[in-house]
Design a protein. Structure first.
Length: 229
């Protein structure tokens, strides 16, 4: 089975399983009045209690009219498989588009997914979100099957590698703010129709797996959207 076919198969399988937990976050945070296509670029977002006071994480041109959003689960193998392709394309287009990652941990099958998301969010509160994001995906095979105590030490070592304040990092990981942010992202994902991970939306339109799993096709999709804007 080639890589793209594996991605499609795995994403569909995860999508079916996701239906079992699709309301686990949405019943806690109401997003009926939220514009899911609006990207929060506010640097000081402390007054927004819905998302825990943590804005969208944006890589690239914050003012671009072309937005690629990923709803991802850090423990999801297909997410890790497409990560290098997406990272390469986003890096190439960073002056022309903005890339946003939103958390969609499917905890019914990925026991460490929410902790990994909290790790990235806690690092983000010290200005190292994308650095941690990359480390988590690149090291997925190393931490995916760890137990509770092992994973805590593993992710703390990641924080040390990034020279984070460890006391603040561990406090933030367990904070209500970070937990709320993850649940908020998940609820937004449910609202836009995410059924599995990874899911990508380009200016609000869902991309097929065959597009985001192929570098040339993803680039072509971005070029077409850029041309329209």
């Amino acid at each position: 089975m080639n890589k793209i076919k594996w991605i499609i198969f795995a994403a569909v399988a995860v999508g079916i399983l996701a239906l079992l937990v699709v309301f686990s976050g949405s019943d806690k945070i109401k997003v009926d009045n939220v514009d899911t296509n609006k990207i929060d670029t506010t640097s000081d977002n402390s007054n927004n209690t819905q998302n825990g006071g943590i804005s969208d994480h944006i890589y690239g041109n914050e003012t671009s009219k072309v937005t690629l959003v990923e709803y991802g689960d850090y423990q999801c193998p297909p997410c890790a498989s497409v990560y290098p392709t997406v990272k390469s394309v986003v890096e190439e287009y960073k002056d022309k588009i903005r890339f946003v990652f939103r958390n969609f941990p499917i905890t019914s099958i990925h026991a460490n997914a929410k902790t990994a998301a909290a790790t990235a969010e806690a690092a983000g509160l010290q200005g190292k979100y994308w650095e941690m994001h990359d480390k988590i995906y690149e090291g997925q095979k190393q931490w995916s099957d760890l137990g509770i105590n092992e994973r805590a030490e593993f992710f703390t070592n990641y924080a040390r590698d990034l020279n984070l304040d460890i006391n603040k990092f561990t406090t933030d990981m367990a904070s209500k703010s970070v937990s709320t942010k993850i649940s908020y992202d998940y609820a937004i994902g449910v609202k836009v129709g995410v059924e599995g991970t990874p899911s990508f939306y380009l200016n609000g339109k869902k991309l097929d797996q065959t597009i985001f799993g192929d570098q040339s096709k993803l680039s072509a999709a971005l070029d077409a959207e850029i041309a329209k804007n």
